[in-house]
Design a protein around this ligand. Structure first.
Ligand code: SF4
Length: 151
């Protein structure tokens, strides 16, 4: 467990619980997406192992509740990861378009996407290994791809 993770972990409950009451908190997700993508140019997946609030939660809390089974083999296949990426991003864009450019609705979209992916990550962590979600996470894939391009 890293000091940076102990600080960043609190952003997760702030967004997934606080965001239900204050959808504007969803903009924190957008800010973090921008930060991690910018950081990946110089540091690859540094964000994932040091700063990601969900990564910190998976490391600190879910590692104790995980059955520690291997993640499904298909998770490591690049075609599968990119398929998930396209589905996830299409779903996000579709929901943003449907939000009607309303500031609160846009925040709510990011909050709900964070809740959905957090629930998936928790289920995967319990059933397989605690960081199983991170193998297929669209943001992880983006960082990996950008990081490799700038090596
Ligand atoms: S892979 Fe996704 S959820 Fe996992 S640490 Fe990286 S950004 Fe966070």
């Amino acid at each position: 467990m890293k000091k940076t993770q102990l600080i960043m972990i609190w952003l997760l409950p702030l967004i997934v619980i606080g965001g239900v009451f204050a959808p504007e908190l969803g903009y924190l997700v957008l800010a973090m997406m921008a930060a991690l993508l910018a950081m990946s140019i110089f540091k690859g997946r540094y964000w994932c192992w040091n700063l990601c609030p969900r990564g910190a939660f998976l490391d600190i809390a879910m590692s104790k509740m995980s059955r520690k089974n291997p993640a499904p083999k298909i998770f490591t296949k690049l075609w599968f990861r990119w398929t998930l990426f396209v589905l996830f991003m299409s779903f996000l864009v579709w929901r943003l378009v449907k939000s009607g450019a309303n500031i609160i609705s846009i925040g709510a979209v990011f909050v709900s996407m964070c809740i959905i992916t957090t629930v998936i990550s928790v289920v995967l962590a319990v059933l397989t290994k605690h960081r199983a979600w991170c193998v297929v996470c669209p943001m992880g894939l983006m960082q990996e791809t950008i990081g490799k391009k700038h090596k």
